[in-house]
Ligand binder design. Structure first.
Ligand code: HEC
Length: 182
């Protein structure tokens, strides 16, 4: 190969690489949006299938779920630890259902101060917990750790999930509009 041909060869090789990566990026981007629309459809169908009153609070199931998923960070009595704030009288429990469900689904991060202790950590989200169990654990922590015992229904959970289906990151207290310090 003379010099000219090999330069041509290198240039066309690079052009092919660029083209391939563009196609790959496009395909991956399409799959990504397809996935969330599938998820959206799945949740919308669940909402539609719900009949009025089809959710019943189950606090003992909520307590078991708390023990399984939350206690290692938030403590037996929700009193918190170095790795998580106390849930006792947490402003997240007296905020709207939507705020609570958002925290449980996607987690939370950012600076907060609770009962005189400062935190700047990340709580993981619990997307894998079925919606009905998110309702049970929400109702358990609300009744157990706050004065707010207003029921979070399965429909509330599904509707919030539907609204934030594209959300991947943890929520910040600013986005949730809950106080940074209490
Ligand atoms: C790996 C540790 C960990 C686990 C497990 C965990 N959390 Fe958290 N949680 C945190 C941290 C850390 C924060 C605060 C994040 C920050 O610093 O902004 C938090 C914040 C919260 C808040 C908001 C508190 C407030 O006053 O702002 C609620 C409510 C909550 N968690 C509930 C739960 C529930 C319910 C579970 C179980 C389903 C759970 N957490 C599991 C670590 C955890």
């Amino acid at each position: 190969m003379d010099k000219k041909t090999s330069t041509k060869f290198v240039i066309s090789f690079m052009a092919a690489l660029v083209a391939i990566s563009l196609v790959l990026a496009w395909v991956m981007g399409r799959n990504y949006s397809k996935d969330t629309s599938k998820e959206r459809k799945r949740i919308a169908e669940q909402v539609k299938a719900l009949e009025d009153g089809s959710y019943t609070v189950d606090l003992s199931r909520g307590e078991r779920l708390y023990g399984q998923f939350c206690m290692r960070c938030h403590g037996v009595d929700g009193q918190g630890s170095a790795s998580a704030p106390t849930l006792v009288n947490s402003p997240a429990l007296t905020a709207s259902d939507e705020v609570l469900v958002k925290i449980l689904s996607n987690g939370m991060k950012g600076k907060i101060e609770r009962s005189g202790r400062k935190y700047d950590l990340v709580m993981p989200g619990f997307k894998m917990i079925p919606a009905i169990d998110l309702a049970h654990v929400s109702n358990y922590i609300r009744t157990k750790f706050s004065k707010n015992s207003e029921e979070v229904t399965l429909k509330d959970v599904l509707e919030t999930k539907l609204k934030s289906v594209e959300r991947k990151k943890a929520w910040t207290p600013q986005e949730l509009n809950i106080p940074v310090k209490n």
